[in-house]
Design a protein. Sequence first.
Length: 264
Amino acid sequence: MTAPFWAAHRQLDHRVRFDWGPTGAAAIAEGADVAVVVDVLSFTTTLCVAVERGMTVLPYRWKDDGAAAYAEERSATLAVGRLEARSLEDAGGTAVSLSPGAMSRASGVDRVVLPSPNGSSIAFGLADEGCVVLGACLRNRTAVARWLHEWLDEWLDDRGGTIAVVAAGERWPDDSLRPAVEDLWGAGSVLALLDDVTLSPEARVAADAFRAVEATLDDALRSCASGGELADAGFAEDVDVAAQLDASHVVPVMDEGEFRANLA
């Protein structure tokens, strides 16, 4: 994920950094000790639900022809898109999908490869950057912030550990980045609990954005563009699951390409 960046874009003067999408991740993850990926609708919410239920989650790039082989080699179930899973269910079959609602009902799955075009792809790419990768969403934001505080205090405070928080965003039809407000809120919900650490101006804006919407978060998430898109497609349940602020005490931590639960 490395690329040439202006030094200012890497936010090197700040202990806690924030940016968007794969390119932003590559910029601020350089030299970071921990990277936090936020994709509220829906990769990191689905990830959180899965590890809550004891599953190991392997992130993967979206629509990669090698996904099936990747899952088979690792004795894992390959998750499919929501619409594909619905078609299979309508035909009498079953499938694991990116839907957090469906993931909350999945049974008999111990290991799952979970591709997505945004959060999962970013997490997969960050695996090569040498930093610890966490998955954060609204459900586990306090648990993630607590994990980060304990990590900073116990291990890296003396040498100034650095955290990179990445809002995944969505994609327009031309594959350009669509900054998605729910990911701004999700990232900001964690950053708002890290105010005693040096936040970059970008990170402070995200924290302020969450504070501005916190009192009406449920309604805001349902009425934002991504929430409306899912509801219109028949997946309003996924928005409901994503809106459950602090419902989980689990922190998904990536190790050797696999996310597992860490309690905070």
